[in-house]
Ligand binder design. Structure first.
Ligand code: C2E
Ligand code: CA
Ligand code: CA
Length: 739
């Protein structure tokens, strides 16, 4: 009984529809109930309105002779538009009582009521009109045929309006409810499937259908979600759909941007924003009435908005959780994976490995960012190819990858082996080394963030240790952090109270046994006389930046003490001073050095700065410029811990260095293990070729000294000759040797 125009809430611009095929026979008659205990009134009323059309529609009459009978009819029949009601029937106010029942008991609020009474103005009637939403109140004599017609027409018009408003409100309520239900579904797929189910319900069909999307005019149409008998088409191109009829209908809908309804199926255009065109196809078996269509179209507009949001959300989600460079999950995603893992029963069988590319920043600067990007992608690919099926990889920072998997799949040796082959970028071969920090989830007490922290501590250890390529997190490392903070505060105090001092370790020429130099090594003695080794407090001082102040003091002190030694007749001793990269980077470094030289009056050629090899390899350009300036002051330079870094030959030649110090790790097994000789041998040969003096540190026994001598090593330093000593002891030691 509705037609298109009634539904004023639809916006034709948004909801285009093909709804021309309205069946006119579906236009029902207005249903009018006549209630009167006088049979003549029934006959007369029906006679008077017999062939009348109200708002283009005929009337259908129902008759009741009493209020009770009227109530029975109203309970069984829907959509009674108007009741023409006699007030006095069984008793004086049977009609008024019926009015109350209609509104309060039967809850019929749309039905209009015209009261007919013998005498007008009767008080209870006036009140009933006010309270019970009565349309008209006429005396029987007033109701001529014309009056009856106009009164009925206005009542029907009013009924029709109220009915339309209520239907729209109900439709809106449904749409709002469904839309809310749908919005709770996250993910494009779930949302679209939910939409199909509700559309199918609306269409009175079984939930079989699909939603598809097309991005540009030329782009193929993809099925993004499907249910029922179409389910297997999800994520496949529409062109693969077996039924040509359905394919054509969907393409037509996308082209025309219009809905089509047929007994075979309904295709609904989903008017999305942006470039994406979407359509839903639902298998339908029955004709869709106009009411349902309006509701469907309104709902489709909401689905389209919701789908757009779901797409947007999916994009945001993927941005938030993936690393766009390598397409691996990112740190945030790793932390969530870890949280889930840590919450599972078998979490103890899992481990987290952080794989950090050594000297990546340097390669990135030297070879360009695009090269660096390709390198990272290549690393990601290699990791995935080797272990992608067993572990979850992510990239958690610039050059750090994470692997989460079973303990046995993530053995550090296995991971390191993945880097034994070079990477080929732009036809260029590139060897990479990595450092690995491993945290077994069994050792983690907290959440995902704590697991990453733990693995990071292990990684830091592996890096600063300079000894191994990997390290495992242990519970006491967490305690360490707290201790570091304590240590840092104590170190601050120590500087103020001048608890730091220098000791010197002699260096000898191997061929002559002559003492040629000394290395200044920092010591910290606490108030209670405990010595804290520099390996423990220097990294902390570096981390906090305090090393700049400490380092300046070391430089000054070493220069002054060299001058003091000269006064004692030992002026020919070169003093080696360890310098941290943090110091080198400080803008006032050169100024501090020259002041120390000038103030102490030391001969700069007897001062040597020891810079660790790995440091020298970072920021190659900067370091090489810096070394030039240091050399310009007349100061010498030694490359410390040589062999642990990755100096390339060409780079070594560029650096203005005087001495290579072979790291003591390579001296240890030099006599017992033939293979262990290889690195010192190589370093010595290299030094000879490039014209550097080579010194071995950590020489503890005579056999080591002999072996080094036979290899052609120039100088040595170690417990074999002397431990580091304070100046007075050193002077004694030197004097004793002289005689
Ligand atoms: P390094 O520069 O490699 O210094 C050599 C280390 O080896 C010293 O440890 C020294 O005592 C030790 N050593 C010498 N001979 C032997 C030996 O025969 N056997 C063994 N096992 N060890 C030997 P130390 O004094 O504990 O210093 C450790 C590290 O602390 C140094 O390594 C250096 O990197 C750093 N460091 C020390 N003093 C300073 C300083 O004033 N400034 C900076 N930036 N770093 C310093
Ligand atoms: Ca040193
Ligand atoms: Ca060293």
């Amino acid at each position: 009984m509705a037609d298109d125009d009634e539904l004023h809430f639809t916006d034709d611009d948004v909801l285009s529809s093909a709804s021309q095929e309205v069946d006119p026979t579906s236009l029902a008659r207005w249903r009018v109930l006549i209630v009167d205990d006088d049979p003549d009134v029934h006959a007369a009323t029906e006679f008077a309105l017999r062939d009348v059309l109200v708002l283009d529609r005929p009337l259908q009459f129902f008759h009741a002779n009493s209020a009770a009978q009227a109530q029975a009819i109203l309970q069984n029949e829907n959509d009674i538009a108007v009741i023409v009601l006699d007030v006095v029937m069984e008793d004086d106010d049977a009609g008024l009582r019926l009015v109350r029942i209609v509104r309060d008991v039967l809850q019929l609020h749309e039905t209009r009521i015209i009261l007919r009474t013998g005498q007008p103005g009767y008080a209870p009637e006036m009140q009933a009109i006010r309270d019970y939403d009565i349309n008209d109140y006429k005396t029987k004599s007033e109701l001529t045929r014309t009056k009856l017609f106009t009164s009925l027409t206005s009542a029907i018009r009013s009924y029709e309006q109220i009915h339309a408003i209520n239907r729209n409100r109900r439709a809106l309520d449904t749409v709002v409810r469904w839309t809310n239900e749908l919005m709770a579904l996250s993910g494009v797929r779930e949302f679209a499937c939910g939409a199909i189910e509700r559309l199918a319900e609306l269409l009175g069909a079984s939930a079989a259908g699909f939603v598809c999307a097309q991005y540009g005019e030329d782009d193929s149409v993809m099925v993004i979600a499907a249910t029922g008998r179409h389910a297997h088409y999800a994520d496949r191109p529409l062109s693969e759909l077996a039924e040509a009829r359905i394919r054509d209908a969907v393409l037509h809908c996308l082209r025309e941007q219009k809905n089509t309804y047929s007994l075979d199926g309904s295709v609904l255009f989903l008017f999305g924003r942006g470039q994406r065109l979407m359509a839903a196809f639902i298998d339908t078996g029955t004709a869709i009435d106009v009411d349902s269509r309006v509701l469907i179209e309104l709902f489709c507009a909401n689905i389209a908005v919701g789908l757009d949001n779901a797409f947007l959300f999916a994009r945001l989600h993927s941005h938030a959780y993936t690393d766009s460079l390598t397409a691996l999950p990112n740190r945030l995603s790793l932390i969530e994976q870890l949280d889930r893992r840590l919450g599972a029963q078998d979490s103890a069988r899992y481990t987290l490995a952080l794989i950090d590319i050594d000297h990546f920043a340097e390669a990135n600067d030297a070879l360009g960012h695009s090269f660096g990007d390709q390198l990272l992608r290549a690393v990601a690919q290699r990791l995935l190819a080797a272990l992608g099926s067993r572990c979850q990889f992510s990239r958690i920072s610039g050059d750090t990858f994470a692997a989460l998997g079973m303990v046995e799949d993530l053995m550090p040796a296995h991971l390191l082996a993945l880097f034994s082959e070079p990477f080929v970028i732009d036809g260029q071969e590139m060897m990479l080394t990595v450092t690995i920090g491993v945290a077994h989830l069994a050792d983690i007490d907290g959440n995902g963030i704590d697991a990453v922290k733990g693995a990071n501590i292990a990684l830091r250890r592996a890096k600063t240790g300079n000894r191994g390529e990997y390290s495992f997190y242990t519970r006491d490392m967490a305690v360490d952090i707290r201790e570091r903070v304590r240590l840092l505060q104590a170190l601050r105090h120590a500087i103020e109270r001048q608890r730091l001092f220098l000791v010197y370790q002699p260096q000898l020429e191997l061929h002559s046994g002559r003492v040629c130099g000394i290395e200044a090594l920092l010591r910290w003695r606490t108030e209670d006389g405990m010595l804290i080794p520099p390996d423990r407090f220097i990294p902390i001082a570096e981390h906090s930046g305090m090393i700049v102040k400490i380092g300046d003091w070391v430089m000054r002190m070493a220069c002054f003490q060299q001058a003091e030694l000269a006064r004692h007749g030992f002026g020919q001793l070169r003093v080696g001073i360890n310098v941290s990269v943090i110091q080198l980077r400080h803008p006032r470094f050169l100024a501090s050095l020259s002041t120390a030289l000038a103030d102490s009056g030391v001969d700069p050629s007897f001062v040597e700065l020891e810079i660790t090899e790995s440091v020298a390899m970072e920021e190659a350009d900067f370091i090489s410029r810096m070394l030039d300036q240091i050399k310009a002051l007349g100061v010498r330079i030694a490359l410390d811990d040589f062999g642990t870094g990755f100096s390339s030959l060409s780079y070594l030649q560029r650096l203005k260095i005087d001495r290579l110090k072979i790291d003591r790790a390579f001296i240890n097994d030099i006599c017992t293990d033939d293979r262990a000789r290889r690195i010192p041998e190589l370093v010595i040969q290299l030094g000879q070729k490039l014209g550097f003096v080579v010194i071995a540190e950590g020489v503890e026994v005579q056999e080591q000294a002999d072996a080094l001598k036979s290899m052609g090593c120039d100088e040595a330093q170690g417990y074999l000759y002397a431990r580091p000593m304070e100046v007075p002891m050193l002077i004694e030691w030197l004097s004793a040797r002289k005689t």
